[in-house]
Design a protein around this ligand. Structure first.
Ligand code: HSE
Length: 408
């Protein structure tokens, strides 16, 4: 079957690599031979094995009736949205790694795909090489999923690991992540938590069957994490991770993306470098955790290739696995309204007792205090009381605590 690829960057070239290097195996396993007929890119690639297949006009792909399945790996919202819509309307199945696109227009594109009896798959948009979408949509179709806790951004996990293990500065670690092809074009999306918030919204929509707007998810990034925070985490056998969490409690959705202190024995605390991990809780199977490389050319290309193969098989069989559901919109609420425990790093020692604080620690010149479970207003009051006493809170990190939900 003839296929095409939009965008020959990190993910597009990874996809081509996977399809080329594993061509025979794919043909044997799936019965499909995928021929890359065209690759759309602005640039030329002199000397590249696919040099002759590079095209610069989208029309060369959308108007070619022999191309049946297309991978969109360009990234960004526009013209990705217009291209994908036109391809679906032209009766071609489309797969994408573009989480910005899926988080913003996923519902609309699924509706167009369903109306034209073609597939729209986006396995690679969440968790890089981890087959999480298929796991939720197919393997967990029988489950009432009520909680997700995950590391969904490879760049920030890489940065935090480098800061913790190598003592690297934030800037150095980010530069490495960019060179390795993990970071977004604008890494603000990684380090400020927009990228994992988009992925959390996509996962939550599928897991809980609700329509989640990623922009409404409470979000904090990792730019304010300092070596002093890492020193405190180490002293209490914890790791700082950028955690994406969502939980359904009745018809209420709680969701956040923020750095958290996780105890050494927590499954997500062990996840290092560019790896992502996703813990899902269902009412029957209890919990399940998967992990794998969350970014990078080949892992993400592998997930795109899997979608291409599935879409090609469906095309050949004249069936589609894509279904469209109009889910009710749910506004995500903050976990802080449920009550959480915190680590407060301060500029000087706090004389005890202090209402709200259970214990404290000093590591060299660094002072940190651990709170009892506080709701958001109680936390604000505590910080204000400390300020009145002349103590400044330099950082405030949520600490992982046992699941308090009762929604099983
Ligand atoms: N910038 C993203 C990350 C790429 O670091 O996870 C994969 O979505």
């Amino acid at each position: 079957m003839d296929i095409a690829i939009l965008g020959y960057g990190t993910v597009g070239s990874g996809t081509v690599n996977v399809l080329t290097r594993n061509r025979e195996l794919i043909a044997e396993d799936s019965g499909e031979v995928l021929r890359i007929k065209a690759i759309l890119d602005l640039k030329d690639f002199p000397g590249d094995p696919y040099e002759e297949r590079i095209v610069h006009q989208f029309e060369d792909i959308v108007n070619d009736p022999t191309i049946e399945v297309v991978a969109e790996t360009m990234g960004g919202l526009h013209p990705a949205f217009e291209y994908v819509s036109k391809l679906l309307e032209a009766g071609k199945s489309v797969v994408t790694s573009n989480k910005d696109l899926v988080a913003a227009y996923g519902e609309q594109l699924l509706e167009i795909a369903a109306a034209h009896a073609v597939d729209f798959f986006y396995e690679a948009s969440v968790g890089g090489g981890i087959p999480i979408m298929r796991m939720i949509n197919e393997c967990m179709i029988q489950e009432r999923i009520y909680e997700i806790m995950a590391i969904l951004n490879g760049t920030t996990n890489y940065i935090l690991t480098e800061m913790e293990e190598e003592g690297a500065s934030f800037e150095e670690a980010l530069e490495d992540a960019q060179e390795l092809g993990y970071a977004e074009q604008n890494p603000e999306s990684d380090v400020e938590g927009m990228d994992p918030a988009r992925k959390l919204a996509i996962l939550s929509t599928h897991a809980f069957c609700v329509d989640v707007d990623w922009t409404q998810i409470e979000r904090r990034g990792i730019t304010h994490i300092t070596p002093d925070d890492i020193a405190i985490a180490k002293a209490i056998d914890h790791h700082i991770k950028l955690v994406a969490r969502s939980r359904m409690v009745g018809s209420r959705l709680f969701a956040s993306v923020e750095p958290m202190l996780l105890p050494e024995d927590h499954k997500l605390a062990q996840i290092e470098d560019v790896y992502n991990s996703i813990m899902i809780k269902g009412n029957m199977l209890d919990d399940i955790t998967v992990q794998g490389k969350g970014a990078g050319s080949l892992p993400t290309g592998s997930a795109v290739a899997a979608d291409l193969i599935m879409a090609a098989i469906n095309k050949k069989d004249h069936v589609t696995s894509t279904t469209y559901h109009e889910y009710a919109k749910v506004k995500p609420e903050s976990f802080s309204s449920l009550g959480q425990t915190y680590m407060l790093r301060t500029d000087k020692s706090v004389s005890m007792p202090q209402e709200g604080i259970i214990s404290g620690i000093q590591v060299d010149h660094i002072h940190a205090y651990f709170t009892k479970q506080l709701k958001s207003q109680e936390l604000r009051d505590l910080i204000q009381q400390l300020e009145i006493r002349g103590v400044q809170v330099l950082s405030c990190l949520v600490m992982e605590q046992e699941d308090l939900s009762v929604n099983r």
